[in-house]
Design a protein around this ligand. Sequence first.
Ligand code: BG6
Length: 482
Amino acid sequence: MSNSIFPENFLWGGATAANQLEGAWNIDGKGPSTADMMTGGTVDTPRRITKVTEEGTYYPSHEAIDFYHHYKEDIKLFAEMGFKAYRMSIAWSRIFPDCDQQEPNEAGLAFYDDVFKELKKYGIEPIVTISHYEAPFTLTQRYNGWVGREAIDCFMRYCKVLFERYSKTVKYWITFNEINSLLVPAGGYLGGALLIDDSGRFNVTDIDSKQIRMQALHHQFVASARAVKLAHEINPEMKVGCMINYSCGYPSTCKPEDVIFAMQKDQISNMLCGDVQVRGKYPAFAKRYFEENNIHIKMEAGDLEDIAQGCVDFYTFSYYKSHVMGTRPEGDETQGNVFGGFKNPYLKASDWGWQIDPEGLRYVLNHVYDRYQIPIMIVENGLGAVDTVEPDGSINDDYRISFLREHIEQMREAVRDGVELMGYTAWGCIDLVSASTGEMKKRYGFIYVDKNNDGTGTMKRFKKKSFYWYQKVIKSNGRDLD
Ligand code: BG6
């Protein structure tokens, strides 16, 4: 057992997103969100977005794991594991069922009052994502999501309500989940640049357009910066962070062209958004990228000033995997979390093809800290796997324990390297709906939920072996990883 090098106030915990666990999609005044219009899928069958909810079609978010009615039980289990922090998101359409509505839905606000009260009871710090891959569906219908500039005002109205209501309860906020997802077509709908064609699929021609996705991203940058400013005005104690889906891509060979290619991918995929949100301006390399891709962002007077004045207080990211890029190596493409690449012969992959690379986490932590020198939090990391319930009811997820142990070991190394790491919230601390496939069987949790892909199941919660392991990790402040 090595000595703990994590600070005493290190924020150990877990992370979830409203649309993946709350359910209650149309209860107590909640309106439909983009996520509520997404059908279930699998690795081979992509999810669809429908313009109206279709009779007989399964929409996983509608019930999810019904956290809405189970939150007391679930938070009690988080507390039993010793969570210091819980990263959660607020469902925008629970607060504003219609994006243009002027007055918020009191029942929605009251629900989160109750959740925060419950967390406080156990001394668990909430870390709240304001928009985690969802928005009121009306935003899509009227403005094509974030493609329309109107989204900024709708979002600011929502933020004002949240910051005023919860300024005494919530210290840590994150504006957009994985904001850089908008840089790739696959992330276009998740990021909210959502254009649907008549077949009920994404309008590929439009969504494929870098111009449209970059315009939507610019609107999110402005909205995020204004939100940071507003939060600080309302209560200077509130801290606001960005959240990047960190796509770790190594050059596939040491050929200089491959190294340059990987560098450029890193700049665009990872650093562009971080630079805008942390440093308050578009980076120098963006100019050439925009020119070469025929991207012309429409800006209004004051946008760049807002961005400059709304720098985030801390940097957060998700980390699941790495890949290689450049000259195509032997082997094939690898699956990824929104961003893909080629297989790395030195790494193994999860059942869903995401390559497991704990050292990559140390690499990313150092890389990001060297650049920004502000506190960092890992707000998503984990292994999506199929779990088996044994006849005696136990769930022996040793594979998950190994995954997490190896990643936490590398966090330790990064802290020794000098990285200012504030916290770690493991993704899907309780089993929930997969964002990419809509499945339940891709499980991340320390807590098993008896719910199946087709929506059947008792919804009962069970502790997995990893539950007890993580409890020990937290209790020892990361010393005991055995
Ligand atoms: C992140 C998202 O990209 O990855 C989460 O922020 C998502 O919402 C997580 O659930 C894991 O991805 P998946 O597709 O396995 O659920």
